[in-house]
Design a protein around this ligand. Sequence first.
Ligand code: NOJ
Ligand code: NOJ
Length: 496
Amino acid sequence: MSSIFKSILFFSFVFTFGFPTSSWSLDLNAQFGRSADLLMQNLFRNDIAPGAVIAATSKQNPEYFYHWVRDAGLVLETSLDLYESGRVNSAQKQRLQKFFLDHVLFSQKAQQNSLNAGGLGEPKFFVDAQVYTGPWGRPQNDGPALRSSSLTRVLSIAIRENWPQLEELKKILYQSQLPAQSMLKMDLEYVTKHWHDINVDLWEEVYGHHFYTLMTQRKALLVGSQVAQAFGDPNAAQYYLQQSQRIGQDLNRFWDPNRGYIYATLSYAGTVSKPVTKNARPTNKVLNKSQLDSAIILAVLHSETADDAFSFTDDRVISTFQKLADSFNAIYPINKNTAAAPAWGRYPEDTYDGYQTNSVGNPWVLTTAGAAEYLYRLAMKLRQRNSVTINQYNIDFYTRTAQLPNLQIGKTLVRGTADYNQMLQNMMNEADRYFSRVLLHSHSDGSLSEQINRHTGFMQGATNLSWSHASVITAKLSRDRANSFADLRKSNRGRR
Ligand code: NOJ
Ligand code: NOJ
């Protein structure tokens, strides 16, 4: 279906029923299928080493034909989600399993190579696992954290399914000996020693301490502590746990109760000079940012742990979500079309247009799909709660995003009541409106770039960004999980 036709269909349904209907859902299924195909195409290519993850297919303008540790960790998580989703057939599962094994070996090579360069915080590699040693913002310390958490998941599936390569995998991934030589142990030791360090943020622009990075580090050490325990390394297990708790405490500093949102960066130490110069050092440029950043929501999505710290239902996160929604809604002209929820960018002051840095920023696919995913997963969490009490920080969210009328501070909504159910349904519908925003701007063939032009709504920047497809896949899988609870969808029974 052509994009225009799709939009016309979409609009007509929206105006008739107030929210997208089942034929829109079909488009969502189609986009999910295309994204899964296109992501797989990025993973299985004969011009890259097996197991490498290209950030995007664009070789120039912009140059994204590289393996980024962060993007790779997130794509690995997504392919593991797909593998476990029941949505792939056995042939696809086999291909994915091959990718997981290749990826372990590729990452091991990359990790080893980084030791002879800038260390484990090296963010970017050629598609043959050589370190990209050109000018860049480094180190980026979310890399080792995301790598170890995602590789741990490969290991636990290999154990559960008793893969023939299991013994070899275990050796490569975890041995207690120090200095560390096994992959997880190296990354975990690095995280414990360096989480205090100033480093470059996920957007590769700012030196400082970052909420996103610390969240990934906290999770990595919590997961790592369990791995260490399982591998008979109890002292390490205790140490990793203790460090992860320290990070957990440190994260509280990022919340600003006056502004009502979690800051992206503290101990700001300069920006990566643009254009990046050899041995990039922080410049003295003042941090000209509100610190309001969708990286906070991504941190919550990417670093969920069993102990629920800084998680979906935390009012600090909920408050940040609403500030982001309001801010992006106001600054991007395409959001004047209110048939779908607002497209989100990285942060309001962004000047990277997908090709050049000193330009005007745009909404991104992965942050907009991320907003949808956040709401699906929040609805699932709230469903297990007994009640929600309205306070000064969450009132805007429950009024505007969850669309509950006449709320007052101090009011308590109790699970099982009509109000509470309405709130959950509204949240699911709003999540769908975010998802429909991505569909509205995707290419008719389902390909997705990094950005959405803020004026025209056309795709812009790196083409078929792996992370864009990954964000659609994880949002859709979250939606499916949420939909499997009948009470989250009472008003739309029968809808997929
Ligand atoms: C500037 C962007 O802001 C940053 O996120 C990106 O990684 C680099 N350019 C390289 O494309
Ligand atoms: C720019 C993004 O800011 C960064 O997070 C990402 O790792 C690279 N592009 C590659 O996709």
